[in-house]
Design a protein around this ligand. Structure first.
Ligand code: AP5
Length: 218
């Protein structure tokens, strides 16, 4: 299964990708998680990415394409993978197509998550993230068992810097300008499925499973 989760910030891509990856034992490649880890560790990549991320802008294509190329070359990705938050521009999509073709592979499916804007803002403003293991919670819809503490690793939860209102507005504009064109890109290639991301997390997960190429194998 080679799958991409596409959609605006906050639609629930990461939440669902986590579950699918665990159920199907395929690696989840989240460029946002990889970049945030680099920022935390103050690596050269992190220092380059931080300024873009803080402003809600995209990190340059060459940087993220390099990250994904390296990940896809790992043996764990040989049988399949799930891309969360990549590609984000037509250039990235074309690089991915070329890379897979060079290995005799192709994407099986691209799931395009949609959620009304007001709900996206509600989800992002209430999101709490674990800086250590990257687990994601929500103060109302997915609260941790202990207030402010990660269920998985016990670290203190934080609010992502780019979940502040002004940055969320910038990220949504960037999505419309640079990422939304990928909907037509993948529809033309016959591999796009539309997914309504509204409703409880479990209900959305059932819709996701229904659209995945390997659902019978779960
Ligand atoms: P990234 O981390 O990829 O952020 P994003 O795409 O903006 O997506 P989010 O993580 O905000 O949302 P999500 O859809 O995963 O929602 P989640 O499941 O967390 O990217 C961050 C930055 O990195 C970018 O701005 C850019 O600078 C850079 N970057 C990353 N990739 C790049 C690329 N390819 N090219 C260039 N730059 C790149 O859910 C959100 C909240 O809602 C959570 O609290 C969750 O608990 C809750 N929730 C989830 N589902 C539901 C539900 N069904 N009902 C109620 N609440 C729900």
């Amino acid at each position: 299964m080679r799958v991409v989760f596409l959609g605006a910030p906050g639609v629930g891509k990461g939440t669902q990708a986590e579950r699918v990856a665990a159920q199907f034992h395929h690696p989840k490649i989240s460029t946002g998680d990889i970049l945030r880890e680099a920022v935390r560790n103050k690596t050269a990549l992190g220092l380059e990415a931080k300024a873009c991320m803080d402003q809600g802008k995209l990190v340059p294509d060459a940087v993220v394409v390099g990250i994904v190329k390296a990940k896809l070359a790992e043996p764990s990705c040989a049988e399949g993978f799930l891309l969360d938050g990549f590609p984000r521009t037509v250039t990235q999509a074309e690089e991915l197509t070329g890379l897979l073709e060079s290995k005799g592979q192709r994407l099986d499916r691209v799931l395009n998550f949609t959620v009304p804007r007001a709900e996206v803002v509600r989800r992002l403003s209430g999101r709490r993230s674990c800086p250590k293991c990257q687990a994601v919670f929500h103060v109302d819809s997915a609260p941790p068992k202990r207030d402010g503490v990660c269920d998985r690793c016990g670290a203190g939860l934080i609010q992502r810097a780019d979940d502040q209102k002004e940055t969320v507005d910038a990220r949504l504009s960037v999505y419309e300008e640079q990422t939304a064109p990928l909907i037509a890109y993948y529809r033309q290639r016959g591999i796009l499925s539309e997914l309504d991301g509204s409703g409880p997390i479990e209900e959305v997960y059932r819709r996701v499973l229904h659209l995945l190429p390997e659902r019978g194998a779960a």
